[in-house]
Design a protein around this ligand. Structure first.
Ligand SMILES: Nc1ncnc2c1ncn2[C@@H]1O[C@H](COP(=O)(O)OP(=O)(O)OP(=O)(O)O)[C@@H](O)[C@H]1O
Ligand SMILES: [Mg+2]
Length: 260
């Protein structure tokens, strides 16, 4: 069974069909990427999965369970986490504390205690251990005591990803996670996404315009144009497909920039 399945999803905005009878599946333990030109409906699909927007018709299933109709606050409790484009970090908390507030509360321990206690005290317990483990995984452990405010833009993006991991989410929805980052940070994030799937046992649904990243790390691609799926398959099958090139015609400049 697919981890996530979108079946014949439709979403209209005042006469504009943003999502047009879209169906696709996300296999567990893989990186699936949604690609397509601006306005293709990619972020709208994330909003439908997250429950922020209701579907007009069709359905979305997670582990076979229907998501439509569920209130948005229920979705994360099922194991679906979303990383937003702007880094959602608490700028006046340290890196460790930022992770700690995202770790779900454990019996006998309130992660908030570790935050409101004076710095340097209450620095143990399962939630803190878990937070430190995540910092090592995202390779930010050396920055643990730095205020998020003092991190570089790229490090804040890493931290933001660490916060999604800390929630324990199994399916990670990442909307253009590498946008605005320099080459070395893009590589660091793509390596981390691969490691998250290979070693962390997670599943990633990725929206990404950087074709080098997309073709380098995706197991499966779904290509959207004007709200509809025009092509899908593994990167080798999609990479030089005439439909993909056609999809980016008219946005030739953007395509050129993105393929570089
Ligand atoms: N809340 C909304 N109200 C009205 N129209 C919307 C709304 N959200 C998105 N749209 C429209 O729906 C279409 C799909 O938008 P969406 O943001 O999903 O595209 P996208 O594929 O994520 O594009 P991009 O690559 O630029 O992020 C666009 O025409 C957009 O203007
Ligand atoms: Mg978008």
């Amino acid at each position: 069974m697919a981890l996530l399945e979108v079946r014949d999803g439709v979403k209209d905005f005042e006469g504009l069909r943003a999502v047009n009878h879209v169906s696709f599946s996300v296999e567990e333990g893989k990186i699936t990427s949604l690609i397509g030109p601006n306005g293709a409906g990619k972020t709208t699909i994330f909003n439908l999965i997250s429950g922020l927007l209701p579907l007009d018709s069709g359905e979305i299933l997670y582990r076979g369970r229907k998501l439509n109709g569920m209130p948005p606050h229920r979705i994360p409790t099922l194991g679906i986490g979303r990383m937003l484009q702007d880094p959602r970090v608490f700028r006046h908390l340290t890196v460790l504390e930022n992770i700690l507030v995202a770790v779900p509360g454990q019996r006998g321990e309130n992660p908030l205690h570790a935050i409101f206690a004076p710095r340097g005290s209450h620095r143990d317990g399962p939630a803190v251990e878990r937070a430190q483990e995540i910092l090592r995984f995202i390779e930010l452990e050396k920055r643990a005591e730095v205020l998020a405010h003092d991190l570089s833009f790229g490090e804040q993006r890493l931290l933001s990803f660490g916060r999604v991991l800390a929630t324990g989410a199994e399916l990670l929805l990442l909307d253009e996670p590498t946008v605005g980052l320099d080459g070395s940070m893009v590589n660091r994030l793509s390596d981390l996404f691969q490691k998250t799937v290979a070693q962390g046992g997670k599943t990633i649904l990725l929206i990404e315009h950087n074709m080098e990243v997309v073709m380098g790390i995706s197991d499966y691609l779904v290509v959207l144009v004007e709200g509809g799926v025009i092509l899908e398959g593994p990167p080798e099958a999609v990479r030089n497909h005439p439909e993909l090139l056609k999809a980016y015609l008219g946005t030739a400049h953007a395509a050129e920039r993105r393929w570089s």
